[in-house]
Design a protein around this ligand. Sequence first.
Ligand code: UTP
Length: 503
Amino acid sequence: MTVASPLPYSDNEIQALRARFDNAGQGHVFNFYDSINEDEKAELLKQLMKIDVENLNKIYDKAIEGAANALHSQQGNSLQPLSTEVFDSVLKQDPTQLKEWETLGLEKIAEGKVAVILMAGGQGTRLGSSDPKGCYNINLPSGKSLFQLQAERILKVQELTQRYRRDGQDVIIPWYIMTSGPTNKRTFDFFTKNNFFGLKKENVIFFEQGTLPCLTMDGKIILESKSKVAIAPDGNGGIYKALQEKGVISDLKRRGVEYSHCYCVDNCLARVADPIFIGYCVSKGTDCGVKVVGKAAPEEPVGVVCVRNGKYGVVEYSEISEETAHERHPDGSLKYNAANIANHFFSTAFLERVPTFQAELEYHIAKKKIKYTDLETGEQITPKANSGMKLECFVFDVFPYAQNMSVLEVERHEEFSPLKNAPGTGADCPETSRRDVVAQHVRFIEKAGGKVMRTTDDYTELMFEISPVVSYSGEGIEHIVKGKTVKTPATIETLDDLIRVTC
Ligand code: UTP
């Protein structure tokens, strides 16, 4: 009598798999195969079956080549700043133009032609929280998470656009949330536990991005344990593949969505579904648009949007020479000033076109501390220094393929405050996020002609907050606060709350 193997594959399939990995120079993934139990064997085989090892080697080779070319292009002077035809700034526009863009954006949203796409697949290693970044509580008086702030901004824009809807139906802004293996379940559970923050469940759509094996510096697949390959999400540029493969593009078309606003989960000031940005891009016939902020200083370590070898792209701070970074226009402004904040506009037609050039997109090397299993001893090591690389595509890698690019500069303190680092680090950390949200809410009151009673000038402590459901960008409060003082502490969730604390 033969005992059925619990392994999900036949001996022939397993042999063929081993041969493929051997031929690709990655046979070490079977190093411990004979010493692990049947369940572990099944786990490993399942994982390996899904890996296109030949393609992985190609991606690695191309990434190494790309890194070398980037260094080279820093030496050759192939960079050019953005021309005025593709660049506009809200800081320099007259209010009538801004209003026109905003109205157009509101109309398109009201017609149901706009969706929001959130990139929330990152592992947030620098922040060091075990939950997905969007669940993070930045210590606002309300205790709201980043996800909740974003959901409330969507709710508010839906409400603001309702009067532009001709048939009286509810305005819907579908929210597509990209997660990854490490963030998917906990993100979904968080939304479920919080009743989707008041949004309709059917309009919040989760989709998972792809992963790639982590590699050693010389391109060998890293084993996290004896029966498991170390894997990581394939970068925020993994969004394009995932949008296709997970049926998001079909869903956008089914809903009649023509434009999407795409942004990062970790920006507490992100103006989600920003009508001005949407109207601006639509008015320009943009297929691929990007919001930027002015660089804080020539040496600020951010990527800048510019033209490289005749094509739009983002040049990382490490790829730009000091001299170029300091170049200025005759009016004194920096030539390379358009700091990328990963905030995008895409036409659905553009997203549909991505597969025609997808294979040309390069992966980038992100060196990281990756847990690995010593191939000789079988011991699992948690390294203190970078031990390997993740291969990542970036969301801006598609810029060179844009047919009609537009770039809009916005005010940094109104729209950009990223949460990257652990508490207490002093920059791009939970304290700066809280500070920047509270400071903005104080400005809302001041711009509306009111004052906020300050018990402290330290916005990491001041107990004051206005829900986005009350005001998205400072609108709708002037009639209450003009010429008056708003008492603190105050956590304002409704206009009635605001009336109560204003005197
Ligand atoms: P970062 O590159 O800052 O990465 O992501 P991260 O995962 O948040 O943080 P670290 O580097 O591990 O500390 C910028 C944005 O891109 C998203 C993130 O969720 C964040 O919104 N992202 C990043 C993805 O959606 N997928 C990825 O594979 C990587």
